[in-house]
Ligand binder design. Structure first.
Ligand code: GLY
Length: 373
């Protein structure tokens, strides 16, 4: 039985499968280890927003990376359907970042100055165009939308398989050890060997930083969500505010998220968390209150100590790469992360542009460390 691959990816979420897809499409020999505990860590729990301008973003290289990744979905939609038969349910109906009071309205109007492609809708225009929302105005972000995260992950997985990659479901890593020019990976299914390892284990990536001598930057942040299945869909746009978001999906349900519990890596959903979220949302969207409740759930976001993902090669252990810490942006950034790892392997121009921004070396003592949260 085959037990040697060029690249072994630790983690079978959307990031691991995107990397596998991009590498195997380019001809690499890849195996994904998915411990598949059946729990919802981040991918299965995410609402799937492609929110380039929300999440406190300012213009700059990180914002450019977000735009690049969002735009990759337009082509991936067809490409993934062709190789996997899966529709990732991309919608591009736009997003509104809503202001709940005058202070937020002022902040969003200032933000609009930095992003000329966005437009400001004042409270009067909101009442006419979005009468179901009680707001003090909103930023209209025409190009953003959403996808169905588990469909994207499955499409990347099947697409990668069609290019020859292997997926080991139910397989978890016990130890990684240097072996010749590569690494020996001890798993619950035995030993396997790889030239390169990519750690893409989301909120469970922490031990692999420690094991390889780096400070662990990972911070679990639990999020709780619920969904409703409205009898009549009043709107198709996504609405975002700092404390909640409302995301209409193509299957007719509306996903509403999310709480934010820093340091909590557990998977239970608290009644109080969902009640608080409902309270905030129904004050702004009173028409949703009477609609049928569908389900509720939680997930664990892979946060980092400076709020930015970690994508790049270990500063000392050559051949070990990290692609984790995407915090609230894993679905948005999955395509560009796959492309970035591929480019890092090939020493391409995409990697040259972005490797400094996401480098794991920034967490070392003496590394460049910016606290941005
Ligand atoms: N991307 C939204 C969230 O993490 O709640």
């Amino acid at each position: 039985m085959k037990n040697h691959w060029d690249t072994v990816i630790v983690g079978g979420g959307i990031i691991g499968h995107s990397i596998s897809y991009h590498l195997s499409k380019a001809g690499a020999d890849v195996c994904v280890l998915d411990k598949g505990t059946g729990g919802r860590r981040a991918t299965g729990a995410a609402a799937g927003m492609l929110g380039v301008h929300t999440e406190n973003r300012t213009p700059g290289l990180y914002h450019e990376f977000c735009v690049k990744s969002r735009d990759m979905y337009n082509e991936l939609q067809t490409e993934l359907y062709q190789c996997s038969g899966i529709d990732i349910q991309l919608t591009t109906n736009g997003m509104l970042q809503i202001a709940l009071d005058e202070r937020e309205a002022k902040e969003l109007q200032e933000k609009q100055q930095s992003f000329p492609s966005l437009s400001w809708l004042d409270d009067r225009e909101m009442k006419i165009r979005h009468p179901w929302v009680k707001s003090s105005g909103a930023l209209w972000i025409r190009e953003d939308g959403n996808v169905k995260p588990e469909k994207v992950a499955e499409a990347f997985k099947r697409g990668a398989r069609s290019f020859g990659s292997t997926v080991k479901d139910g397989c978890f890593v016990i130890r990684i050890r240097k072996s010749g020019q590569g690494y020996e990976v001890t798993t619950n299914e035995g030993e396997i060997f790889a030239e390169r390892i990519v750690v893409a284990a989301g909120a469970d990536s922490g031990p692999w930083f420690r094991e390889t001598g780096l400070p662990n930057p990972m911070v679990p942040v639990k999020g709780e969500c619920f969904s409703i299945k409205p009898r009549n869909l009043l709107f198709q746009e996504t609405y975002f505010s700092p404390s909640f978001y409302v995301v209409p999906k193509r299957d007719g349900s509306i996903v509403i998220g999310a709480t934010s519990r820093e340091g909590d890596g557990s998977e239970s959903t608290s009644a109080g968390g969902i009640a608080d979220l409902m309270d905030q949302v129904f004050r702004v969207f009173p028409a949703l209150r009477e609609e049928p409740l569908e389900k509720w759930w939680s997930g664990v976001r892979p946060g980092t100590s400076d709020g930015r993902p970690v994508i790049g090669e270990h500063p000392q252990e050559k051949g070990i790469f990290f692609a984790t810490g995407h915090y609230r942006n894993g679905i948005l950034l999955a395509p560009a992360t796959g492309k970035l790892i591929q480019s890092l392997f090939e020493k391409g121009t995409f990697a040259k542009k972005y490797e400094g921004l996401f480098s794991p070396a920034r967490f070392q003592i003496g590394g460049v460390y910016e606290h941005t949260r």
